[in-house]
Design a protein around this ligand. Structure first.
Ligand code: GDP
Length: 365
């Protein structure tokens, strides 16, 4: 599975948001036998109206959405890269995640202490990013000397690695995240090995006061500008509203409450979708009378990899994928209709999975 680490300074609303996420998940927990791994890890179903549509057509007994994992990473304060607070643990946890959800306090509230003294999301973002950049610089510097030696000794791989490292270091020293380092197609796998914290995609979550949940406020507008410039994602959320919505079990009641706040959907839905997009993930489906289920792969994945998401045996013994695109499945009234109309394709090992594909995998055991 794929995961997002929730980071941010203390008192910005991380736990409130995380608890709302897990409360929502608890309501759906019946579908997931394995949902509590660690207290700071929450798995959430990715909302997708296409899945409901498919289940309706196939009269599936069960609907199982694909999941995204959120990890609450507490303990970041100024000086974390020097081991302040839970510094080292914090950095180690971030290294493990696929993307970073960076929560920024965009609400005023005199009762809630701000560790930096006043509300200023751009400064807060910089505090967090600086710690991450310092940690990255340290890790690169640590490796670089020995690599340069090997490169001088004529080792070609070390030369490629050292060159890329020097470039990355230069970018970081200029005060920019490793995300903006220009990396060629060949260098990509090497760059990935560096495991740089600031090379991970970022989604800013602006936690605004309730009244601004639908529109955002002046603070979130500034963050939006920053996100655009960095090619990062951004969503506006009111953690307070989310934690209230998460308590409502009845969908009608939920919808009514959201409407009264001027919202069309929960902020959590927005967040989950944005996370999905940030990770460049796509969804494929398996559909039958027993269950309709959504699954996740990275964009660009080929059919055997998709099969492997369901079961490693499916990938190992992959023969072919019987594939129907979403539109055909729906407009032709399901699998049989699509088949009769010649819309069920036989795809091989090289087939690149398309968002919305419906698969049957054929494999050798
Ligand atoms: P964390 O330290 O980042 O995990 O922050 P918490 O989620 O524990 O929130 C810190 C405090 O801010 C708690 O008292 C929350 O109730 C409060 N809080 C969180 N989000 C909001 C918000 O949107 N508006 C207001 N007024 N308070 C909030």
């Amino acid at each position: 599975g794929f995961n997002c680490g929730i980071v941010g300074l203390p008192n910005v609303g991380k736990s409130t948001l995380f608890n709302a996420l897990t409360a929502t998940q608890a309501a759906e927990a019946a579908n997931f036998p394995f949902c509590t791994k660690e207290p700071n890890v929450g798995r959430v179903g990715v909302p997708d109206p296409r899945l409901d549509k498919l289940a309706e057509i196939a009269k599936s007994q069960k609907i199982i959405p694909t999941q995204l994992e959120f990890v609450d990473i507490a303990g970041l304060i100024r000086g974390a890269s020097k081991g302040e607070g839970l510094g080292n643990q914090f950095l180690a946890n971030i290294r493990e995640v696929d993307a970073i959800v960076h929560v920024l306090r965009c609400f005023e509230d005199d009762d809630i202490t701000h560790v930096e003294g006043n509300v200023d999301p751009l400064r807060d973002a910089e505090v967090v990013e600086t710690e991450l950049m310092l940690a990255d610089m340290e890790s690169l510097e640590r490796q670089l000397t020995s690599l340069q030696k090997k490169a001088k000794g004529g080792d070609k791989d070390s030369k490629v690695k050292a060159d890329l490292m020097e470039r990355a270091l230069k970018v970081l020293q200029d005060g920019k995240p490793a995300r903006v380092v220009e990396v060629s197609e060949e260098e990509k796998p090497v760059f990935k090995q560096f495991m740089l914290l600031t090379s991970k995609p970022v989604l800013y979550v602006c936690n605004v006061e309730e009244a601004s949940a639908a529109t955002g406020n002046g603070f979130s507008a500034k963050v939006a500008e920053k996100a655009r410039a960095e090619n990062a994602g951004m969503v506006v959320i009111s953690a307070a509203i989310e934690s209230e919505v998460a308590q409502l079990a009845d969908p009608a009641e939920k919808a009514e409450f959201l409407e009264s706040m001027g919202l069309e959907e929960t902020g959590l839905n927005k967040l989950i979708r944005a996370g999905f997009q940030l990770l460049d993930l796509i969804t494929f489906f398996t559909v039958g009378p027993k269950e309709a289920r959504a699954w996740t792969v990275r964009r660009g994945a080929k059919a055997p990899e998709a099969a492997g998401v369901i079961h490693t045996d499916f990938e190992r013994g992959f023969i072919r994928a019987e594939t129907i695109d979403f539109e055909s499945y729906v407009t032709l009234g399901g699998e049989q209709g699509a088949k009769d109309a010649g819309k069920m394709r036989q795809e091989g090992k090289e087939y690149v999975v398309q968002d919305g594909d419906i698969f049957h995998f054929r494999f050798n055991v």
